[in-house]
Design a protein around this ligand. Structure first.
Ligand code: GLU
Length: 457
């Protein structure tokens, strides 16, 4: 496959281009049934031509980077409240340990497949590299409907899942955290089972822990806050700011709600929100506290909108609404060509990914052609894993940092993530606003150098 946008001196040699094609053929041959993973690989391969033109010696690591170091797929048996034996499928994909212990979240959602876990694990390798922290990349989870289970069922499930996980994790080996369907409560239950099995404490083996077990201040807020820090820096490059900006945010989970808090604090108005059941338009501004209360009580965004004079509900996408900025913070593939076209028509300034892979490749092309700024999740949502790295540091040093201290460090890390992507965009693609290719190029360079120095292992 031909690397994108690599003209002139930025074209890799024929030999390097042949290696790229070979790696791509191997990915297709080995996993023809993994379209999400394939998409993630294609995107990175399409961004690194200019890096390989400068450093042809890095081409030989590509094969190793595209094949996970280890993939664990396991049975998770548990007993439901009715006394019935149930079985789910668990995953942990340890993608790369070149820069440090495998690091990445666990996702408990129905329908989770190895394809999705590999896609997320591959993304995580590059995201973690961009943070500048010493973290490898991995991802895991299970096809378990955590949302529909009782607390007792979730605890038994977590214990069964952690029984297998215990063999693979540890503060210097693999450090899982939360993701969709897994929050501090679930991480605490998994840590409990893990400790019981290994017979000693290892607080750095999991992050996103409850505060009572050494979880970092601001870890729950970190991804959402980080998205807005990234966005603010990106807008500053455009000569804009968030004061008075109209923003739509999809999703009403952890990332979305904390991003909304920061948006409002920066003077923006959240004019639209959504959940998996529908969307709400509220031109006067969503009341984030009221929305949080409704969601915490098990309600939907439609329940929140009921009785609010200014709010209207719809079963369609929140991204067809007029806005200056769009933050997709729900899940993968939520902005397709149709939504992207509407965002361009509506004069949107920037789309920044709070979720992993919410904007499809075709939609990204439309945004680029429509001159809408694009902040890829790999860079923009790296705040969560960055504060996980700070949680690991606190565990290792037996320290607890204040929220101010963590926020300060998060702000610095997000500024650095932004600047790494911008600088690589400028250097390799003559476009500092090309964060998409810039993020891939900068991250690839860091990981590939480490892989190369480690030798063929
Ligand atoms: N699940 C988050 C992500 O997608 C955080 C991972 C972590 O903290 O290890 O980046």
């Amino acid at each position: 496959m031909a690397p994108a946008r690599d003209e002139g001196h930025r074209r890799p040699t024929d030999e390097v281009a042949a290696t790229l094609r070979e790696v791509w053929r191997d990915v297709l041959r080995r996993d023809p049934d993994q379209p999400q993973f394939r998409g993630a690989v294609r995107e990175v391969l399409g961004s690194i031509g200019p890096v390989l033109a400068e450093h042809p010696e890095l081409a030989e690591v590509l094969g190793r980077l595209c094949e996970p170091e280890r993939q664990v797929v396991f049975r998770v048996p548990w007993v439901d409240d009715a006394g019935r034996a149930r079985v789910n499928r668990g995953f942990r994909v340890q993608f790369s340990s070149a820069l440090g212990p495998y690091k990445g979240g666990l996702r408990f959602v129905p329908g989770l497949t190895l394809d999705v876990v590999k896609f997320l694990g591959f993304e995580q390798v590059f995201k973690n590299a961009l943070t500048g922290q010493d973290l490898g990349g991995g991802k895991g989870g299970a096809d378990f409907a955590a949302k529909d289970a009782s607390p007792g069922e979730v605890m038994r499930f977590c214990q069964s899942y952690a029984t297998e996980l215990a063999a693979h994790v540890g503060s210097w080996t693999d450090v899982p955290a939360g993701d969709m369907g897994v929050g501090p409560r679930e991480v605490g239950w998994m840590l409990g089972q893990y400790r019981r099995l290994v017979g000693h404490d290892d607080p750095g083996a999991l992050t996103g822990k409850p505060a009572a077990l050494g979880g970092s201040a601001l870890r729950p807020e970190a991804t959402g806050y980080g998205v807005v820090y990234f966005l603010a820096r990106m807008l500053a490059e455009q000569g804009r700011d968030l004061d008075g900006a109209r923003v739509v945010v999809s999703g009403s989970g952890n990332v979305a709600l904390h991003a909304m808090d920061k948006l409002v604090a920066a003077g923006a108005t959240v004019v639209g929100c959504s959940d998996s059941r529908g969307s709400v338009a509220e031109p006067g501004g969503v009341d984030v506290e009221a929305l949080r209360e409704t969601k915490d009580g098990g309600g939907s965004v439609a329940d929140y909108a009921e009785g609010r004079a200014d709010a209207s509900t719809s079963s369609g996408s929140v991204f067809t609404q007029e806005c200056d900025v769009a933050l997709p913070c729900a899940t993968q593939n939520e902005i397709g060509p149709e939504e992207a076209r509407r965002l361009v028509e509506n004069g949107c300034w920037a789309v920044v990914e709070g979720a992993n892979g919410p904007v499809t490749p075709a939609a990204r092309t439309i945004l680029r052609e429509g001159k809408v700024g694009f902040g890829p999740g790999k860079a923009a949502n790296a705040g969560g894993v960055a504060v996980s790295a700070l949680e690991m540091q606190q565990a290792a040093g037996r320290e607890q940092w204040s929220a101010e201290e963590v926020d300060d460090r998060l702000g610095t890390i997000m500024a650095e993530v932004h600047d790494r992507a911008r600088d690589a965009g400028e250097r390799y693609f003559d476009d500092p606003a090309d964060y998409e290719h810039g993020a891939n190029a900068a991250a690839f360079r860091r990981v590939a150098e480490a892989v190369e120095r480690l030798g063929v292992v």
